[in-house]
Design a protein around this ligand. Structure first.
Ligand SMILES: [Zn+2]
Ligand SMILES: [Zn+2]
Length: 518
């Protein structure tokens, strides 16, 4: 025990001594500081109040403890005075933010965003679905509480759930194009988002037109409604409300640079992508002087260099060049790989050329296979033309962006997460409470008596004496209104929607929902 106390005393003592050295020396730490604002580890201001008599006694035991300030400073900083110079191949401004819980990992629901901050979470990153990689989807979260989603490929919902996003929060989806690996999760979100809380607002989908109406986003949505006819009718025994409504914003794909979204301080523009067929689009999102560009799928083109110029984060798809090897690894014949890339996709060499022209603060590649043989090869190919900051955006990768820093982390998404309860923020902003609608249908409207008669009776399977109160009929024939203060706290968990007392914060209102629902 005594040894432990001594060690504690030594560590405190060292900290104070080094601080004193920094404050007094000619090489004063703060004066010489050239970094981006991070305080030195171990910097303590209130030394007088913390130093106890015990520690002073230890300090006075000459010869027992190290007192040479140069040695203490070396021990504390490991020879690298923090923030004084860039180390290795790291770049200016590529650094963790002070408010992060961990610089190594992002954990769902543990960090608020600053007002002037953007968080990007890769929810899917592969053209082919496999257990570790869903189809492409990118969630962009803004410091004002808004979320926008860019593509929503098959399997990506698992990562949304893992990231603690409630099903009724999966809304405002922008589609780059109508390849199914970019919208395959829509039917699920449409059905189950409405079931679990999207009761008073439509699903909002923005996407390009096509060369003919049947190739446009609106037509795809009509097809999805047709495809889900049985499911929607079946789920009408639940309080769906407006959940089956879809608000489609189909924009003219030829209108390069056109603004397709301008709300709550967020603006989105689009331009054409060279992805074999007309209608493929790229997006640029602006928020408080910061920008994220997502090119979707396609050949690198000069429109992306133009509209993506000087973006904070530029995200493209990427394909490894070594087709003779990659075709063996992922099981696609070489001729098919080569032809597919050369008509549709973005070789890493070309991506590097585009990054160099567009000059982002951080370039990222997604929609590519996270494979050991390929990743370093792709980096080498990118480096042919581009020497700036570069990362892969694979599933669960989280990027925080502020005006002076960008940092990329692995998000720790659990393998077996459960759904986050529906979040009431948009309902509260629209209705000053939560409205639970009346189901439009009853079971007997859609099922014949014969099959219900064939069911086992509850008394045949519940133990004798156990008689749970069953609910075979929805308990209310009128909508139920739940005042804000009575909404369960699990349904108002977003700290951007509610203050610590559970009151709705009007300044973070979702204006989009307000205008539609009133
Ligand atoms: Zn794709
Ligand atoms: Zn595609």
């Amino acid at each position: 025990m005594k040894k432990l106390i001594s060690l504690f005393a030594i560590s405190l003592f060292m900290t104070f001594n080094v601080v004193a050295q920094y404050d007094q020396g000619p090489n004063d730490y703060k004066g010489d500081y050239k970094g981006t604002g991070t305080k030195a580890a171990g910097y303590v201001n209130n030394k007088e109040s913390v130093v106890t008599d015990d520690i002073n006694d230890l300090k006075n035991q000459a010869g027992v403890f190290q007192t040479d300030s140069a040695q203490l400073m070396t021990t504390l900083t490991a020879g690298v005075p923090l923030g004084r110079w860039n180390e290795g191949l790291m770049f200016e401004g590529i650094a963790p933010m002070d408010h992060m819980v961990s610089a190594a990992n992002w954990y769902p629901n543990t960090e608020d965003l600053l007002e002037e901050e953007i968080r990007i979470i890769f929810m899917g990153s592969s053209p082919m679905i496999r257990p570790g990689q869903a189809n492409t989807s990118i969630l962009i979260q803004f410091g004002n509480g808004k979320n926008l989603i860019f593509d929503i490929g098959e399997g990506s919902v698992a990562n949304f759930v893992g990231a603690g996003i409630a099903l009724n929060e999966i809304n405002d989806v922008f589609l780059t194009h109508l390849h199914v690996d970019h919208y395959g999760a829509l039917p699920y979100v449409y059905m189950f988002g409405a079931w679990n809380g999207r009761w008073n607002e439509p699903l909002r989908i923005t996407g390009p037109s096509g060369s003919e109406p049947k190739y446009g986003t609106a037509h795809m949505v009509e097809g999805m409604k047709m495809m889900t006819e049985w499911h929607r009718d079946a789920f009408d025994v639940f309080p769906i409300g407006r959940g089956w409504e879809i608000e489609v914003n189909e924009f003219d794909f030829t209108d390069d640079g056109g603004v397709i979204y301008d709300q709550d301080g967020i603006q989105v523009i689009h331009w054409q992508q060279a992805h074999c067929k007309d209608g493929a689009s790229a997006y640029r999102v602006e928020y408080k002087g910061m920008s994220v560009v997502f090119s979707g799928d396609g050949r690198p083109n000069k429109l992306t260099a133009k509209y993506g110029k000087d973006a904070d984060v530029l995200i493209t798809e990427m394909q490894v060049e070594v087709v003779s090897i990659s075709s063996q690894v992922y099981g696609v014949p070489a001729v098919l790989s080569r032809y597919t890339i050369d008509t549709h996709h973005n070789p890493a060499y070309a991506a590097g050329k585009l990054y160099d022209d567009a000059n982002p603060r951080l370039a990222m590649a997604t929609h590519t296979f996270d494979d050991l043989y390929a990743n370093n090869e792709m980096v080498a190919e990118v480096r042919e033309h581009y020497n700036g900051p570069f990362h892969f955006g694979f599933d669960g990768v989280v990027v925080n962006v502020t005006k002076d820093k960008i940092w990329v982390r692995d998000g720790q998404l659990p393998d077996y997460p459960n759904a986050t309860p529906p979040q009431a923020g948009s309902q509260v902003s629209a209705n000053d409470g939560m409205i639970v609608p009346v189901p439009r249908k009853k079971r007997e409207d859609m099922q014949n008596q014969y099959i219900r008669d064939m069911q086992y009776k509850p008394e045949e399977y519940y133990p004798e004496g156990y008689q749970p109160e069953l609910m075979p009929v929805w308990p209310s024939d009128k909508p139920i209104f739940v005042p804000t203060e009575k909404i369960p706290s699990s349904m108002k968990r977003r700290r951007t929607d509610f203050d610590s007392d559970g009151n709705f914060i009007k300044s973070r209102d979702y204006k989009l929902d307000n205008t539609e629902n009133k």
